[in-house]
Structures are given as C-alpha cells and as structure tokens.
Ligand binder design. Structure first.
Ligand SMILES: [Zn+2]
Length: 78
C-alpha cells in the first residue's frame, strides 16, 4: 500500500463518516471504507466507493437520520 500523497504518512483502512456535497445539499454518509492517513488525517476513497456515495447522495431513499446544520459566514476575529 502506498503512503499519503501529502505527508507520506501511513494509510490504514477505516470506516469513516463523509460530508458529501450534492448540489446545494449536504449529506452525511456513515460507514464508508477509506484509507486514512495516520499522520494528517487525509482520506482516500477508491473510485468505486466514490461512485457509490454519489449514487447514495442522489437517491431519494429515506435517510437513517437527519441533522440540522447551522451555516455561518466567516468573519475575522476582532
Ligand atoms: Zn498524510
């Protein structure tokens, strides 16, 4: 297995939670297999996994749960 593209850290396969943007919607997909860098936390997905996430995000299937998300506009600290 290759190391991290950014920091050359070690990649370990884990199940992660992904914030997936689909148009104006934000969907959170749980339990996604990814190679996670143990140093910087970068996540790598196989293209088949990514395609499956897109399909899931586009589907009208009822989600397992629903979250409320607050949107803020960045403002520099004074
Ligand atoms: Zn890394």
């Amino acid at each position: 297995m290759k190391g991290c593209y950014f920091c050359k850290g070690k990649l370990v396969e884990e199940k992660v939670k992904v914030d997936f943007r689909w148009g104006r919607r934000l969907k959170i997909i749980e339990n996604v297999p990814a190679d996670v860098c143990q140093q910087c936390g970068e996540q790598y997905f196989q293209s088949a996994v990514y395609k499956a996430m897109e399909k899931l995000a586009a589907s009208r299937k009822k989600p397992v749960s629903r979250l409320t998300v607050d949107v803020h506009r960045f403002k520099a600290a004074v």
